[in-house]
Design a protein around this ligand. Structure first.
Ligand code: URA
Length: 246
C-alpha cells in the first residue's frame, strides 16, 4: 500500500522512475533524475530534462544552468534545500534534444505526483516545456514570463520564467530572468502574508504593473496583491522561513 508521508512516497516514486522503461529514453540513461530538495517546499522549480551532468550524477541542474539557478536563488535569499527542483522528463534526451510529446506524456505522471505530494504554493516553470505542460496553454515563455497565473485544477500559482540555459550566453535574457526572480520574492512573501492574515477579497481590477497581472480571479492574494512586484533582490531579502517556505 502507498505510504501517506510525502517524503516517503517521493522516495518510492523516485525508485519507480529509476526502474521506468515506459519510453526509449531509459535505454540511454546513466541515472534517472527524479528531483531534489525539500518535500515540504513552498516553492518548486520545474525545468525541462536532465543534461549530460545531471544524467551522470542523478541530480537536477548541476551543470552551468544549475550554477546560474543557484545564483538566482541566492539573489532572493534562498538555497536549494529551501525549494524543490524537478524536470518534465526524468531521463536525458540524446544530445540534449528537445523533449518529444510522447516522452512528455509517458513521464508527466511522475511530475504531477511530485507536485501533488509537495503541494507547493508556487511552481516556477523554467522555459517553454514545463510552462506549456503545467499551464495547459500553448503560449511561449517570451509571452508569459514574469506573470503569475493559476495552475489549472489547483490553487497553486504558476510563475513562468526563462530557462537559465537561455540566459547563460544572452545578456538580455539574463536581465529578464533576474528581474522575474526579484519579483518571485515578492510573490512568495505576499503568498505567506495572505496565509497569515487573509486580506479582504477585492474585486479583480487591472494590475498597476502589467508584469504582475493575474490571469485568474480566484481570490488568491498571492497572485495579484500589492506585494508581487516590488521586492528588491539581494541584500536584505527575507530568508526562506520569513517567506513561508517551511
Ligand atoms: N536543464 C534542465 O532543464 N534540467 C536540468 O536538470 C538541467 C538542465
Amino acid at each position: 500500500m502507498a505510504s501517506a508521508d510525502p517524503a516517503t512516497r517521493l522516495a518510492e516514486l523516485q525508485r519507480e522512475a529509476a526502474a521506468c522503461n515506459a519510453c526509449p529514453l531509459h535505454e540511454g540513461r546513466t541515472n534517472s533524475v527524479f528531483g531534489a530538495g525539500s518535500s515540504r517546499a513552498r516553492l518548486m522549480f520545474v525545468g525541462e530534462a536532465p543534461g549530460y551532468h545531471e544524467d551522470r550524477l542523478g541530480e537536477p541542474f548541476v551543470g552551468q544552468a544549475g550554477k546560474l539557478l543557484d545564483k538566482l536563488l541566492a539573489s532572493i535569499g534562498l538555497k536549494r534545500g529551501d525549494v524543490y527542483i524537478a524536470n518534465v522528463l526524468k531521463c536525458r534526451p540524446p544530445n540534449n534534444r528537445d523533449p518529444q510529446t510522447a516522452e512528455i506524456e509517458k513521464c508527466r505522471g511522475f511530475l504531477e505526483q511530485q507536485i501533488g505530494l509537495i503541494s507547493p504554493a508556487i511552481v516556477c516553470t523554467l522555459g517553454n516545456f514545463s510552462t506549456r505542460l503545467l499551464s495547459g496553454q500553448p503560449h511561449g515563455i517570451s509571452r508569459v514570463h514574469g506573470r503569475p497565473q493559476a495552475m489549472p485544477g489547483s490553487d497553486i500559482r504558476l510563475y513562468p520564467v526563462y530557462h537559465p540555459a537561455a540566459a547563460l550566453y544572452t545578456p538580455a535574457n539574463l536581465k529578464v530572468l533576474e528581474e522575474d526572480f526579484s519579483r518571485l520574492a515578492g510573490i512568495l512573501e505576499a503568498n505567506h502574508q495572505a496565509k497569515v492574515e487573509p486580506s479582504p477579497k477585492v474585486d479583480a481590477a487591472p494590475a498597476a504593473n502589467p508584469q504582475v497581472a493575474v490571469e485568474s480571479t480566484d481570490g488568491d492574494a498571492a497572485a495579484g496583491g500589492d506585494g508581487t512586484g516590488t521586492a528588491p533582490a539581494g541584500e536584505g531579502m527575507p530568508g526562506g522561513e520569513q517567506l513561508g517556505l517551511f
